[in-house]
Structure formats: structure tokens, C-alpha cells
Design a protein around this ligand. Structure first.
Ligand SMILES: [Zn+2]
Length: 356
């Protein structure tokens, strides 16, 4: 037993003298506190030069006197960024706090930064503690040579590949935000990965990834997914530019083939274009109809989307279900007579999704 502190109390003893009371606490009860203090002690804010995010601060773990690891134990149960292709020690290590890594490994600093910003985005904007809401650790494996021009979410890990043109890490805020949002969906509505639910799944990930980028950069004028990484997966403002559907009835570009992963990614632009119209506003024409969408703020649109999927969607949801989910969410947040509700309804109609 360890005595934490002693204090005189107002109680009198049988000799009419103030009693001295000791408060006892078990050493075992103190251990977690001591461990937490020790870990906090080892969290070190480092200022580093990244490839695409410029000069930023990241939190690293200081091991001993002079070794730094890409482990941030200040956010939830940790943000841990590791080598994908490494026998033995998977940690990125540095002997200096400014992390002067060579060009291929420097992408790990961008990944570590983007994951920590995704954590902050979900926490500050949606009051969500990490991906599962309970502070789960987030593991990222960087420079997986088996993954070309892409990043994936698999087995509850972010795996980041290599850009085949530049030989560099495939990383940007919207890509990392996209992949980690798969982790949020997996612990909430658990949308399927294929078919129409798969398209909604990919759509929500693009929306959250781009919203994260806008939140960090403070501007919302670039709607191509992957552009900061020198790639262009999808254009939320002009989906047809990369042969993706702009409307649910866009038979030219709606994918009906057997490749389920292709279908999910291609057909996702119906939902992400709806989000673009909702935030950007403007008129949209389809089959002789003109839809005039009055813009609402990015912050309002983000709340509508977030609550639509964590509260109302389910594993086999369709686009019509998602329209209803967004309207239920808009009604909860702003009321049925609000502009936010009306704009959401018009934006969904503009991409060909009407009421059930
Ligand atoms: Zn995805």
C-alpha cells in the first residue's frame, strides 16, 4: 500500500484534538496512472517536412534518449504507422526529431499526418472517438509494393501502395480519409462492399475524404479524388469526365457488369455528385428537367451525411434508402421546413433519386 497524502480533518478525537486522517491507496491502483503519465511523457511533437502536406507537426513516440517512432499515443489508443514490406522491425525510426527520411520513406510522414487529421476530423466535427467510437488504435502499413496506384482498407488496417509513375507513396488527405471511413462504416451501418450498397459505401468514403481535405485546407474548390497525390480516381463535380454516371439513370456510364468492385466505385458518383450539388449549389439538367439546388454550408451537409449513415443506413441499403436517410437526418438536425431539408431533397432528385 502507498500513502497518497495525509490531511488534518475537522473531526475531533477522544482527547478533543483534531484527528489526522491518512488516505491509503493501493500501489496497484496507481500503476495504470503511472503508465499513462509515462506514455504521455514519451509523446513528442515533431515538426517535419512532408511531400504533399508541407511543413507540419506530427506526434511521435520517443523511445529511450534518441530514437523516435511513428507512433502517436496521444490520440485514442494510438496512431501507428509502419513499414508494409519489412522483415523484422516494422517501425519507421529516426534519431532526430525532424525526421529526415529519403524520398520513398518520407511518404510515411504524410500518412502519419493524414491519419492523425482524420482522427481529429471525426473527433472535432462529429464528436466520434476514432473509427469505432471507442478510441480504437489505427494501424497503417506504408509502401506496400503489391498495391499499385492505390490504397486499401483491409483487415482493419490501412495499406498504402506505390504510385507507378513517380515511385512515391500514394497518399493524400482525401485518400486516407476515404479508406479510414470504410473503418467507420464497418463499425456502424456495415454497408456491403458490392452492388448498390457498395456504391453508397464508396460514395460516403469519397464525401468524407474530400470533406476532411476541405476541413484541413480551409477551402472547398477541388473535387477530384486523389488530385493531391497526382491521381484522379473520380470527379465529384463532373463525374462524366472520367466516365462515371452523373445520374442514377445515366445508362451511358452506370456500370451493370459483373465486376462488383468496379460497379461499387463507378456507380458511387451518383451519391458524391449529389453532395457536390448540395454544397456547391447550381442548376442541373436531366431528361428535360431542370433542378435548381440552393447550396447549404459544407458543415451542414457533412452533418446530414454523417448521421444518415451512422443512424439510418443498413447493410443492404439502396440509393432510395439513402435519400430517405439523408432527409430523416436533415429533419432531425434542421427541421422539415428548413432550407437544408429542401436542398437535400432537390439535390437527390437532381441525380435521379426520388422518394420510394
Ligand atoms: Zn473505397
Amino acid at each position: 500500500m502507498t500513502c497518497l497524502f495525509s490531511a488534518r480533518t475537522r473531526s475531533l478525537n477522544r482527547h478533543d484534538r483534531p484527528m489526522k486522517t491518512k488516505i491509503w491507496i493501493s500501489t496497484f491502483a496507481l500503476l495504470p496512472l503511472l503508465v499513462a503519465v509515462k506514455v504521455a511523457d514519451n509523446n513528442k511533437v515533431c515538426t517535419v517536412n512532408t511531400i504533399i502536406n508541407g511543413r507540419v507537426t506530427i506526434v511521435c513516440f520517443r523511445q529511450g534518449d534518441s530514437v523516435y517512432l511513428l507512433r502517436d499515443m496521444s490520440r485514442g489508443h494510438g496512431i501507428i504507422t509502419l513499414h508494409a514490406d519489412q522483415d523484422g522491425n516494422e517501425d519507421f525510426c529516426s534519431h532526430t526529431a525532424d525526421w529526415k527520411l529519403d524520398s520513398i520513406n518520407r511518404g510515411a510522414l504524410d500518412v502519419h499526418y493524414c491519419v492523425s487529421k482524420t482522427f481529429d476530423f471525426y473527433e472535432e466535427v462529429f464528436h466520434r472517438n476514432s473509427l469505432d467510437g471507442f478510441g480504437c488504435a489505427i494501424y497503417s502499413y506504408v509502401n506496400d509494393h503489391a498495391i499499385k496506384d492505390n490504397a486499401i482498407w483491409a483487415n482493419r488496417q490501412l495499406r498504402v501502395g506505390i504510385n507507378s509513375q513517380t515511385g512515391r507513396t500514394v497518399v493524400s488527405l482525401d485518400i486516407v480519409g476515404h479508406e479510414l471511413t470504410h473503418g467507420v462504416i464497418a463499425t456502424t451501418c456495415r454497408l456491403a462492399a458490392e452492388g448498390e450498397p457498395g456504391a453508397i459505401n464508396e460514395s460516403i468514403c469519397d464525401i468524407m475524404g474530400k470533406s476532411l481535405e476541405f476541413w484541413v485546407r480551409g477551402k472547398s474548390d477541388e473535387w477530384v479524388i486523389g488530385s493531391e497525390a497526382g491521381l484522379h480516381f473520380r470527379d465529384m463535380a463532373d463525374p462524366r469526365r472520367f466516365k462515371h454516371p452523373v445520374n442514377y439513370n445515366d445508362s451511358t456510364y452506370w456500370y451493370n457488369g459483373i465486376e462488383t468492385k468496379v460497379a461499387a466505385h463507378v456507380n458511387s458518383t451518383v451519391g458524391s455528385h449529389m453532395f457536390y450539388l448540395l454544397v456547391h449549389g447550381g442548376t442541373s439538367q436531366w431528361a428535360g428537367h431542370i433542378y435548381d439546388v440552393k447550396a447549404i454550408s459544407l458543415a451542414e451537409a457533412d452533418q446530414i451525411i454523417y448521421f444518415s449513415f451512422v443512424k439510418y443506413l443498413f447493410p443492404r441499403s439502396t440509393y432510395k434508402d439513402w435519400r430517405a436517410a439523408c432527409l430523416a437526418s436533415a429533419s432531425d438536425l434542421f427541421g422539415k421546413n428548413s432550407q437544408q431539408y429542401r436542398s437535400t431533397a432537390v439535390a437527390w432528385s437532381a441525380v435521379g433519386i426520388e422518394e420510394k
